[in-house]
Design a protein around this ligand. Sequence first.
Ligand code: FAD
Length: 404
Amino acid sequence: ALNYHENWQRVWRNPTPKKEYDVIIVGGGGHGLATAYYLAKEHGITNVAVVEKGYLGGGNTARNTTIVRSNYLWDEAAHLYEHALKLWEGLSQELNYNLMFSQRGVLNLGHTLQDMRDIERRVSANRLNGIDSEVLTTADVQKLVPLLDCSKRARYPVMGGSWQPRGGVARHDAVAWGFARAADALGVDLIQQTEVIGIRKEKGAVIGVETTRGFIASKTVGCVVAGNSGVLAKMAGLRLPVESHPLQALVSEPIKPVLDTVVMSNHVHGYISQSDKGDLVIGAGIDGYNGYGQRGSYPTIEHTLAAIVEMFPTFSRVRMNRQWGGIVDTCPDACPIISATPVKGLFFNCGWGTGGFKATPGSGHVFAATLAQGYAHPLAKPFSIDRFYSGALIDEHGAAGVAH
Ligand code: FAD
């Protein structure tokens, strides 16, 4: 059928790499594309290449479950994710691209007294940071999500929850495509099917990248390659405190609208929303082993679906349609690294683990400023790699078991 649309124009150019750029971004996921866009738009740096080994947005950007929220516990994380959420709120208009950003609210359930104490603490911290956040009772939760089993018969009865009304979901591909089109229009070269296979240094400073299409020079290189960050760091002779793990998701057959918010549970460990197509979009935690294969193991699927059926017994007869995996780069404190490195001109933006989609515009925005100025944007400063030497960790791991 596409043959009949032969006059469609390219949405972005397919340029031949130049010999040299002011800035090279390695990785054409949402974060890399957002970085390139803000470099051009906010800092006037347009001689920029995004070098992507596959196709734009084909990594974790295409594989995630699209939950967007900013109700993180610690000030540093809350400020960063809230910055991103504020950008989301005007992004479809700014990019002139429908990102299908839907602020349908995010509900985090509590099933034990300790869950509820943690929820009360987090909600208080959020409100002190000006983030919309509420504590809900069991009755409030039941009213919000009638299908959820809130009965006392449940194995882990729902005792309440936290609720962020401005949270929600967005269309993942559209985010990559919207940023790509806007960056291209500002003059950024988007170079696909080109893998970075080496990082060239001279006298302790980066001078460019070796790619499958030859050497491309630049004195500023930003690596935004998610699960492959450790591989890129090794090319520069560095070791990052990140582990690469598979993270899976699955979707059901499409069904009529039954769930109009996002429901997450740390305790039974699963989360669910319903896409505009009607699919139930389901995820949980990482597979425990390290690896680079973009798939996962069966026990994790079984565990995830057990959690969903625990919360929504009626979904036990819904058939699952597709399952897939991505490779997420997890840091020991479940917070990202947005940082310069000991190699002059070489920067990393990684470690977003299981929860970086929601940060896409904010991450690109602060990383672009960091690359343009050569020193950290104030919101990025606490996320320097130095925290693993100083001990100033931002421990969101303990704070939010399901970190999506
Ligand atoms: P990616 O989109 O992975 O982009 C990195 C790019 O780098 C890739 O396109 C890759 O091909 C490229 N690359 C790698 N190596 C090279 C190389 N050597 N040369 C050139 N290019 C290279 N986050 C949320 O906020 N909410 C969620 O609900 C959520 N759910 C998730 C569910 C799953 C199953 C998964 C896998 C992730 C989930 N995440 C979620 C996390 C989120 O997807 C990521 O944190 C985020 O998308 C990372 O974006 P990115 O642009 O950094 O990475």
